[in-house]
Design a protein around this ligand. Sequence first.
Ligand SMILES: [Cu+2]
Length: 166
Amino acid sequence: MRFSGLVLLASATLVGACGGGENKPKDTTSAPASAANPPANPAPAAGAVAKIPATGKTWEVKMIGDDKGYRFEPADLTIKTGDAVKFIMVTGGPHNVSFDPATTPADSKAQLDANMDGKSAELMGPTLMNPNEEYVVSFGGVKPGKYEFHCTPHLAMNMKGTITVQ
Ligand SMILES: [Cu+2]
């Protein structure tokens, strides 16, 4: 099977040379100096933090709810800066992973938040409903410290864990 390259040339040459008669507006009032239009500012806000992808190992944490209770397995994990943690929905959802803004180390809070895709709120990952759904959090640029997390729907059932970054 062979494809011959099909090149679509969209030649958008506008031939509308409109040299129409000059229709000067009557100059009865002098045009006011143009109001200062605020320039569009596409630049990100100062202090914005960009996501830093993981470069190290990817660890796995299962999210489980069964007759033994609701839990992360393992609940406590030690990783290195630049690793990633993959949360896997196994049973008993919906689950999520939510870091507590009050306990997350201040010097890495913005970075961790920036590293989380599809957040529902600050430091709160999306809700995983179905078995084998995954949510990966990069710890790129996240400094050493202890990061406490929980599952929002099952916080009252003590579905909590910690990630220690070395
Ligand atoms: Cu849960």
